[in-house]
Design a protein around this ligand. Sequence first.
Ligand code: IMP
Ligand code: MG
Length: 193
Amino acid sequence: MNESASGDIPVPPFGGQPRPELGRVIVPEDELQGRVAALGKEITADYADRPPLLVGVLKGAFLFMSDLARRIDLPVELDFMAVSSYGSATKTSGVVRIIKDLDTDLTDRHVLIVEDIVDSGLTLAYLRKNLLARGPASLDVCALLVRDGNAATELDLRYVGFRIPPAFVVGYGLDVGERYRNLPFVCHYDGAI
Ligand code: IMP
Ligand code: MG
């Protein structure tokens, strides 16, 4: 159903500048695009008779959501939520604040949450509970990345792009201090956080 990221490639030149803070590429662009296409196909088949409402979690999921939506051959609707978790840049506390709520009423809708990465799973656990209380017909999750070796493995994740080893990553929507979201691949971040 999902793949383990196994890439270990040097970061390609970017704007001609050396990037010592970026570590190895763990999911190259072609693997990302291939996997997103496969997920889109799976979602198209699973939701054929009940087009989903995709709920993207900003900002991290914006690139994934944009590519995924184009690979779903159904009349999907899109909405976004922005959340912020209290805690340090790299550790979630589990207390989540909604910065921007949905515009759409979820009553009787088939909702698919689109997330960038599930780490402790605390953000997702909060979101699920919050959205379930709004009476959707169904609620499932599509996460691009799941970090191995923590509570996330116990969460009910319907679609997963890649399982990755326990190290901080950036690119393809994921940031450190708002940077690197526009990298077309996912790589380790070795700099200061
Ligand atoms: P969780 O609540 O611990 O599962 O954390 C999930 C959120 O933390 C994600 O939606 C990301 O915004 C952020 N996050 C977790 N790991 C990383 C990472 O390796 N790079 C960038 N952001 C991350
Ligand atoms: Mg984030």
